[in-house]
Structure formats: structure tokens, C-alpha cells
Design a protein around this ligand. Sequence first.
Ligand code: ADP
Ligand code: MG
Ligand code: MG
Length: 878
Amino acid sequence: AKQVFSFQEGNAQMKQLLGGKGAHLAEMTRSGLPVPPGFTLSTAACLSYFKEGNVLSETLWGETLSALESLESARGQRLGDPVNPLLVSVRSGSVTSMPGMMDTILNLGLNDETVQGLSQQTGNARFAYDCYRRLLQMFGNVVLGIQGHYFEKIFNQLKQKEGVTQDQDVSLEGLQQLIPDFKRCIQAQTGRVFPENVQEQLRLATEAVFQSWNNARAQIYRKINRIPDSQGTAVNIQSMVFGNMGMDCGTGVVFTRNPSTGASELFGEYLINAQGEDVVAGARTPQPVASLRNEMPEVYEELVSVANRLEQHYKDMQDIEFTVEKGQLFILQTRNGKRNAQAAVTIAVNLVKEGIITREDALLRIEASHLDRLLHRGIDESAVTEVFATGLPASPGAAVGQIVFDAEIAMEWSQAGKKVVLARPETTPEDIQGVLVSEGIVTCRGGMTSHAAVVARGMGKPCVCGCEEIKIDEEQKQMSVGSRIVKEGDWVTIEGASGRVILGEIPLREAEISEELSEILNWADSIRKLKVRANADNPHDARMAKQFGAQGIGLCRTEHMFFSPTRLPVVQKMILADNVEERALALEQLLPMQQADFEEMFGEMNGLPVTIRLLDPPLHEFLPKEKELQKKLDELRHNPIENDKEQKAILALIRKVNALEEVNPMLGQRGCRLGIVYPEIYEMQVEAIFRAASRCLENGIKITLEIMVPLVGHVNELITLRTMIDKVAKQVLGESSEGQEVPYQVGTMIEVPRAALTAGQIAPYADFFSFGTNDLTQMTYGYSRDDAEGKFLTHYQDQKILPNNPFQVLDPDGVGLLIEWAVTAGRSIKPTIKTGICGEHGGDKESIFFCHRSGLDYVSCSPFRLPLARIAAAQAAI
Ligand code: ADP
Ligand code: MG
Ligand code: MG
């Protein structure tokens, strides 16, 4: 097949074959824009070059030379012609744009002979030698692998000798001297001589650009952006135009809109008397494009009109490279411009308003996973001086505070009005109060779905997890990375979106939902089919959820209400009770507390559905750790004061804690198993729920109540608990005046594989299924969520054994199959059964797409993920 295409043959649709740069150069050529002529060696050519073991085949080289011949006759010049030499650039260009990651060589075709020709043709010897020294630098660097600083050192010595600072002020004689110096440098560094033969230059440059596909930075960029390694790069060979011929020449880059604010204004920079590389390299400070209007008014007008045309043509903001040669404008590249999350939203909305794209187009262009960056505070990047450590970007947003290493100190300090950041080796549920009062969280161990991360995300609290390089010394109250030490009370800033822990107080920027974002969210709401609910455990989160567009609460975890400092002791008393009476007493104390919580939640949601899940975790999570009790005991023993009674109490406590301890708590006494073995706990919760509902109704608040039973594996579990719920409901409501009606539904979580498999048996007793995909993933894969990430999951992803972390992206083939099976089985028995998911996956774009495809009724996610979920659900429906 044909491997080389002239710019006249290609078009934008041929991006796979020609790469982005080549396809768009061709498209611009076809639409009559001033593009210097050239041709493209296809990505397929690149792949066969790799396949042959980095050998350029004779056919490819033959095609290249004949394309070159056509170019030569079009330009009336020849590569290597001593009188009128053609110069070309050899440019990389991949399918997915990877700005600056691969290599390009300019001014190719110069040698000791042709430099004379160029000089005579243009009547500008200084310019000719400037091009020549640039070629030696780029060729030396890209093709021969010499580090740039060798050349810069020689160049700087020359500038010093001439007493100038700017490249363009170096004299002709100086440049002429530089050529042999650079050549000697090449020989000294590589033992090779710079090829005077221009065809050899072209061949080596082409191969080097192919090979730049595999340089380290390109590989890393592909990994981060999930670009397949198998694409390869095209090579564009293009006749040169010169921005470095004098003061009526220049080069620059413009964006058709502002890429950081989205404002509709031409945005960019240029340099007079320079070549393209100078703008990015930073050797000279470029000027803002606005001043081109005065310096070259005609060029500016034309640039504005080209920019408009390109934007209209591609219907998106463009990033355009241009060069001006003797007052004449040339376009060298266009691509959809990269932009930050805020700009992306603003630009999409404006393009709709300007009639360039539809609402659907606009929605499809929003990168949903970037949205949460808009809802969290950010840091002022210019103030960042020292990054202390980097971990996993577990929960976005920025936080500033004084570092503490202990949840209790976090509470003390925050009560005293201090802002704290809590750093822990890892977090346990006991730390949750510390988490609650902290501005942000840092952990040394644990992954993106570790407890700390999930909790922090749920609260919208910045969190950096798995910061393995940090060593925390709890005794000394300090943490260190190598020899750098941070002590309790020192100020730190954490930036959760990038996973950085930064020393000092960095100024923050406030977050808000911009007008444009709320507009685009409204469009999404009118398109999506999936309903969107929030996981919220307290009135504050419920309020946030409503503000971010929740259509109900999909998961209210009642155990989170047990962790507050006033309640935990009562909860512990309840758990440690020696007999039913003692337990009943503690439960009696808890009941009004829970009831108050529920009343507040109902009040907040006023008629929107609220799904309340009965107690789920194993009881020992509410108790102190044995290790800590032992420590206390040791302290008491060292204490000379009589404290026998206290010691005995702790010993008793240790026995209880030991008795409740399980080898494998995740698969142990939790969820409905707990509710069946200790019925009085669930009874108390259900009673509190109905008392709250009935009270709210009396006060004119609307109620849509859904009670959810966790961890059902066998239908009998649900039957037992449903009977209990109905009984308690009747009791509570019967007590109230004239037998009040509280409509309620009872449903179950589907999170044990057996429940999914027997969904048809469960459905008659369930009004809804809520897929708890965290546990369902854990049990389907047989991966312990708390261990997998630190141990083998990352390895699995690196080795590409798994495409994704299944705790982040729902596994459609396995876990997904169970969900689809359960939905189908459930609906065949009870067509009206409501279905949704409430795991972490509810806030993940790909997982939301899956839920849409499988016809679920809703997804439920943490409040901060709601905008993402609304947009992703709309994208799935388009
Ligand atoms: P990158 O992908 O890193 O931007 P490019 O291939 O776009 O690399 O080229 C680097 C610089 O060289 C750009 O500023 C570009 O405009 C300039 N350039 C490339 N080809 C030519 C040419 N034929 N004439 C003038 N300048 C060129
Ligand atoms: Mg470029
Ligand atoms: Mg669960």
C-alpha cells in the first residue's frame, strides 16, 4: 500500500494514517490556506519500520524520494542544490496529539556548499549561517543524541566574546566561526561526522523521528494519557519558511480562545526574527499576540481571519503555529487546543451560544473526570516552593493546616480553633473523627479506594494516600522524607488532585459552580435517562447533595452517625453489654439520637427519596484496638497510684474485644447477619426511622422512605428482616394518633454474588435492588479491598493483566454480568422493581456508562461527584 502522501492528497479524516499534524496540514492545504508544501510518511510506514527491526525499507525510501522530487519541482528548488537549495523540516506527528513529546528537525538540507547558495539566493549571509548552526544543533541533538547544553556552552562563549546576550545579535563572522566549532563538538561527543550528504541527512532524520516515538518522555506521556503504544508516529517533510530572515519576519503560536479562562479572544505569543523553536525554548521572552496588531497590522488581520476560519471549520478552539516570512503569513500546524477544566466548560457553552455546535456536542466535549477540579479549592501554583512528598491523588482539592499525627490531637486542636492536616501511617474507622475535623488527610499506606480516600472523597476533603516515601514517627511526633523532617504543628499544604504534600502555607483559591457549568449541567439533566442520587450520611452532606443536583439520597450509612464523640461511648456500651437488659438500656439512649439525625435528613430532602441502610460494619470497628488497650494497661501498671479497678476494667475490655475479633471481618458478622443475631440493634434503628418519619409528616414535611438491608445472600435473610421492619412500623405508627400512614419501601443491597445469582428469588420481597459495587467487586474477584491495592493491584495494572483498577472502574465482564443478570431476573418477577448502584463506581464515568447501558434507574455517588455523574449520564444517553 501507498506509504507517502503529499499534503494535496490527504485530509482531516485520514488522521489514523497521517497523524494529526499531517492530516490537518493536508486539510488546510485543501482549503487554500497558506501552508508550505510537503508530504507525509504514514504511521503505517512507521509501524513497518519498527517491525523490520528499525530498518527503512527500500520501497518506503523510494516513495519518499519521488515525493521529494515532486516537491522540488513545485518549489523550483532542489535538496542539495548548490545554487538554489531546498530546505525542509522533518516533523513528528502522532494520531493523538502529544505536544512536544517527540522530535523535529528544521533547516535540513544545509551543508558547507548549500549554505553559500542560500546566502546568495537570499542576499542574507547572516541568516543562512543562522539556519546552518540551528541545523547542526538540532541534528546533533535529535539524530546523534548529543545533549543540548554542549552546543549552548559553545554558543554562549561566542556571545560573551562578542559582548551580546541575544542570539540574533551575534555577527555573521561569529556564526561562521560557530559552524566548525559545532562540527568538532559533534565529532568529539559521538565520534561521527555531521553528514554533508543531504540525502543521508534526510534519511537519518526520518529514522530519528520514527524512533522518537519510543523516547522516554513520549512513553510516559502515553502511559499517563492512556494512548496506545501501537499507534506509531507519522513523519512530515515540509519545505521551510523562514521567520528568522529579518525584522519583517517572525514566528508564533495562537489559540483562538483563551485556554485558561475560555474567554473569546485571540490568545498567543510571537517573536520577531526567530524560528519556531525559539518561542517554546524560552531563550527570548515572546510578545503577546495583541502587539502584532501594531507591528504587522496586515499580518495580524490575516491571522485573525485564518483563526476564525479554522475554528469554524473544526468547530473547536484551535492551537495554531504560524510563521511570517518577509511580511507573508504561513500556517504550520493546527490542532484542537488543550485547555483546563474551567476553560473547557466556558468554551463549550460559548460555542453553543454562537451556533457553532449543538448542546449534545458541547456535552460530549466535557471531560467528565476533570469536573471535580472545578468544585474544589485549588492552590496558587506560583507560591509552591517545596514539594515534600507525592502520593496518590486520592481526593481532589487543596487544604492548608498544621500537621498532626494523631486523631485525638486533631480534635483537640481544631476545638481550639486551629486548622489541622492529619497525617497517619494508615487510617482506621477510629480516625474518622480526626478526619472530620481536619482540613485534609495524608496517609503513608492505602490506595485510591482505601478507607481514608473513600471517606475523604465523600466529605469533599482533600486527601493524599499511599505516600510511601513518608515515614511517620508517632513517638517523636514528626514525619520525614530522607533527612527532611516536619514536626507536629508545622504548616503544610496538600493538593489532592495531584497528590502533593507541600511545605508551608500556600494561598488557596475558592471553588464555585460557575454560571457556564450550571448551564451545561441543566442541558445534561434534560438529556440523561439515569437518575442521580447522592451518598450522604448527615444533614450537611444532604444539603450539599441538593445543591449539586441530587434527586434523592441513594445511601445513608447509619453507622457514620455512630462515630461522633458523644455517641461512640454509648455505642461501645451497647456492644459491650453483658446481657440483653444492659444492651436495651444503651439502645434506648441511642434511639433519640438516631431519630434526630433522620428527622434532619428528611427535612433536608423534603419528599425526595432517602435510602437508609441499616447498620453494616462488624461491631469491633467501634471498639478500641487491643494494642492501644494493652498500652494503656502498661501505663497503669507503671503508675504507683492504686488503680486496680481500672486495670481490671481494661482487662475485661480486652477480653471482649478479643471475643469480637474475627479472622476475616469483611466476610464475618456484619450487615444483615448482625441484624439477625442481635435483632434489638436493627429494631432500634427501624423504630428511630419511623418515629422520625411520623414526626416529620406531622410537621408538614414530605417523606419518601426506603429502608435498605445490607449484605443479603439468601432470601430468608431478607424475609426475616422485612417481617421485623413491617412489625416495628406497625407498632410505631399504630401508637400515633388515628393510625398515621407512612409509605415506605424495603429493599436490599445486592453485594454478595449469591444475592445477584438468586435475584429472582429475592425480588418478591424487595421493592428495590441497590448494587453495592464495592463489596460486590471485592467478593466477585475475591480481592480484599483493603489489601489488594497496596499489594498486587498496581502491579497487575502495570503489567496490563487488568485493564483498570476494578474498584475504580466497574468491571463490565464479571461484576457487570452479575448486575445485568440480577436486573433481568428481578424485573421478570417484579417489573416495577427499582435498581441503582451506590458504590464508589457511581462517581466514575465509565461505570456510569455501564449503568446506562444496563438500564439501571439511578446511580448514587458522593455529593462532589454529582456534576460528573450528571454529565456522564447525559454523555451516555447521546
Ligand atoms: P512540535 O510537535 O514539538 O510542536 P513541530 O513539528 O510542530 O514540533 O515543529 C517545531 C517548531 O518548528 C514549530 O514552532 C513549527 O512551527 C516549526 N516548524 C516546523 N516546520 C517548519 C517549517 N517547514 N518552516 C518553518 N517552521 C517550521
Ligand atoms: Mg508543533
Ligand atoms: Mg457493602
